[in-house]
Design a protein around this ligand. Structure first.
Ligand code: SAM
Length: 308
């Protein structure tokens, strides 16, 4: 065996390191113009900071964030010493004029959230609206966002999607909202908390039909996991195996997620244990909103397979 390192056409790690250091150094040396910088930060993995995000925060005069203690950890990881000030849903009204004063004084102001892209189910919209109205530059430094990360791994159509944020916590309001979402001809992307996930998935299955869906959990983190199944099965799995951590629900558009034979057979197996073929087919067809004839044929085939 040769004691030479194996030859490879991949760039060597040190060459990559050199290029990355060169690019970061170049970014750090550029003058940062005054304005409001909306900087995306990791949704879990600290290495998901872009070079522009690092260079922008390093050169900012002030960084506004939701939780100064939380964001200090991120900034310390990259040895960034910009002063941190809180801007969150409870102090935004009183802080906004201060941020606008900073901008009027020609400062380079960054806005970050606890995770991901600021303004996406996070504070900042009114600040951006007022800053642009006063003629200040507003610049996006794009990067991670849980909504897009979940959409990309879901395995569902991506040509048109609707980001619905969080569903209402109260059952009545949630069902009303789901009835509105049922009409939208696009993949749905929904944030949800672990405490409500089983109830929300069950309500989604009832209100949208048993569409294909995905539950993307703890993306970019140690326990990252994606469950892909029709809504009713996902709801059931959240009862038997309650998921922890941060999660996003992605639901296929109406009509495009043909209920698969496998999910019909899954429901039939339970129904046939106590009902005749005809009744089981009727119950399953009604609950999955698929034609009875199709379910009846699958039930017959299932029975035949069982008898073989
Ligand atoms: N602005 C953030 C973004 O762009 O990703 C979203 C903020 S919102 C307040 C927080 C929600 O995002 C969580 O409740 C969860 O639904 C989702 N989320 C955040 N990090 C996540 C992760 N690593 N994996 C899955 N979902 C995540």
């Amino acid at each position: 065996m040769s004691d030479q390192p194996p030859t490879t056409d991949k760039a060597s790690p040190s060459a990559t390191l050199g290029r990355v250091a060169f690019e970061l150094e170049r970014q750090l040396a550029l003058t940062l113009a005054p304005g409001l910088y909306l900087v995306a930060t990791p949704i879990g993995h600290l290495a998901d900071m872009t070079l522009r995000a690092i260079a922008t925060l390093a050169r900012a005069d002030i960084v506004y964030c939701e939780d100064t203690r939380h964001s200090r950890t991120l900034l310390a990881h990259y040895a960034i010493r910009a002063p941190l000030r809180p801007y969150h849903e409870h102090n935004a009204e009183e802080q906004r004029p201060r941020v606008l004063d900073d901008l009027a004084a020609g400062k380079r102001v960054a806005l970050i959230s606890d995770a991901g892209t600021p303004l996406v189910s996070d504070p900042g919209f009114k600040l951006v609206r007022d800053a642009t109205a006063e003629g200040h530059a507003v610049i996006a430094i794009p990067g991670p966002s849980a909504a897009l990360a979940a959409l990309s791994v879901a395995g569902l159509p991506t040509d048109a999607f609707f980001f619905a944020g969080f569903l209402p916590a109260k059952e009545g309001a949630r069902r009303t909202r789901i009835a509105e979402l049922a009409l939208i001809p696009a993949t749905l992307v929904i944030f949800e908390a672990p405490t409500r996930i089983a109830a929300s998935l069950a309500d989604l299955a009832a209100g949208l039909g048993n569409r294909d869906a995905a539950l993307a959990r703890e993306l970019t983190k140690l326990h990252e996991d994606v469950r892909r199944a029709p809504l009713a099965s996902l709801a059931e799995s959240c009862v038997t195996d309650p998921p922890k951590g941060e999660m996003v629900i992605v639901v296929a558009p109406p009509g495009e997620s043909e209920v698969s034979d496998a999910s019909i057979e899954e429901s039939l197996a339970t129904a046939l244990a106590s009902l005749s073929i005809r009744d089981a087919a009727r119950v399953v067809a009604d609950s999955l909103k698929v034609p009875r004839g199709r379910v009846y044929d699958l039930a017959l085939a299932l029975k035949r397979r069982d008898q073989d």
